[in-house]
Design a protein around this ligand. Structure first.
Ligand SMILES: [Zn+2]
Length: 363
């Protein structure tokens, strides 16, 4: 499919930007969820949420089968762990933060009184030891400078347990690339919302009930997905998240496979990815002229798919991934054509389902 046909509307781009720029650390996703709810409310038949903040937007309630289109709503973060006498803030990681790239970053500490700006301190080269070795810091060696001079003053702004995110924002690079702090996985929420919008506006009403799910706390152990997959009890589930693009210097393709930006979403073969669901996705992609890339796996995908598929007696599930360069950094890159293709694939899949369709491995 040509890039022209995939062109993103300005309103869609604005929504994507708003999603990735709204802090949504694990366990503290409410503000990010509100942005998503305000958007999907315009076309969903109903929007509900559970005790922990997993949100479900339903289209065509009462339809059959019940298909779950899910993405995790949280982003990697840190939390205030200790405040020293001089008012410097020490952190604990919440999800896969890489301490090697955290020095000299601007951060926001999300306190009950609002967002507090700070910077992660960095010792300049002039003041470093003369042994010439650049050390990778341990998490507990990094500290946030709030511009205060005592613990008391710091505690008037932030408390132990307040969550911390980086302050980097959304930007376009070249024609079709975008960079942001939290594409993992705020972009997932964008993609399921777009899929829902396509389905809600379809001329022919789908047979399936479509549940768009924005689940919480993925980055700290795939937690919200377990809760919502159990309570929602879908007949089939598609999970979307980012995957590692390997098309830049320094990544060993012989170890990590060949995944490129702009060449379409990836399907993953093996593990929780149900054969029949994956086969139907391939068929839909062919019909809709959506290019696909392939990834193999031995045991776990590292995504919510790993916990959704074993819920109750087993929910037929498949992962659809968005190629992403520099994951878990403030400069995650994605290709906007890939971002536009995943909603088409998800919506095409949901449209193709017949009433009471079930997925069984043929034996
Ligand atoms: Zn993710």
């Amino acid at each position: 499919m040509g890039a022209a046909k995939l062109g993103m509307k300005n309103t869609s781009l604005k929504f994507l930007q708003q999603l990735v720029e709204t802090p949504s650390p694990p366990g503290f996703e409410a503000r990010g969820q509100r942005v998503w709810i305000d958007y999907v409310t315009s076309f969903a038949d109903c929007v509900t949420h559970d005790a922990y903040g997993n949100v479900v937007a339903t289209i065509n309630p009462g339809g059959s089968p019940r298909v779950m289109l899910a993405a995790h709503a949280d982003e990697i973060a840190m939390t205030v762990n200790y405040i020293c006498e001089r008012g410097f803030v020490y952190m604990r990681r919440v999800g896969g933060i890489d301490p090697a790239i955290m020095r000299a970053r601007r951060v926001r500490i999300h306190s009950t009184g609002g967002d507090v700006p700070g910077v992660i301190g960095n010792v300049p080269p002039h003041l470093k030891g003369r042994d010439g070795k650049e050390s990778v810091p341990k998490m507990h060696e990094l500290f946030v400078d709030l511009g205060v001079s005592s613990r008391k003053e710091a505690e008037s702004l932030v408390q132990v347990g307040d969550l911390i995110t980086l302050a980097d924002s959304f930007e376009r690079l070249g024609k079709q690339i975008a960079v942001a702090r939290a594409f993992d996985n705020r972009v997932g929420l964008y993609m399921i919302a777009e899929a829902g919008e396509i389905l809600a506006g379809a001329k022919k009403k789908p047979s399936a009930e479509i549940c768009l799910v924005a689940n919480v706390m993925e980055e700290v152990g795939l937690l919200g997905a377990r809760q919502i997959a159990y309570s929602l009890k879908p007949d089939v589930a598609l999970i979307t998240d980012v995957t590692h693009a390997t098309d830049y210097p320094g990544v060993e393709k012989r170890m990590h496979g060949d995944v490129r930006l702009g060449k379409g979403p990836t399907l993953t073969y093996g593990g929780p990815n149900h054969r029949e669901v994956v086969t139907l996705l391939e068929r839909v992609a062919k019909k809709e002229k959506i290019p696909l890339q392939r990834e193999s796996m031995s045991a776990s995908t590292g995504t919510d798919t790993d916990v959704v598929f074993w819920t109750r007696g087993g929910i037929p599930s498949a992962l659809i991934s968005l190629p992403n360069r520099y994951m878990h950094s403030p400069v995650e890159l994605v290709h906007l054509d890939d971002v536009a293709r995943i909603p088409l694939l998800m919506a095409g899949f949901a449209k193709s389902l017949r009433s009471k369709q079930s997925f069984q491995v043929k034996i």
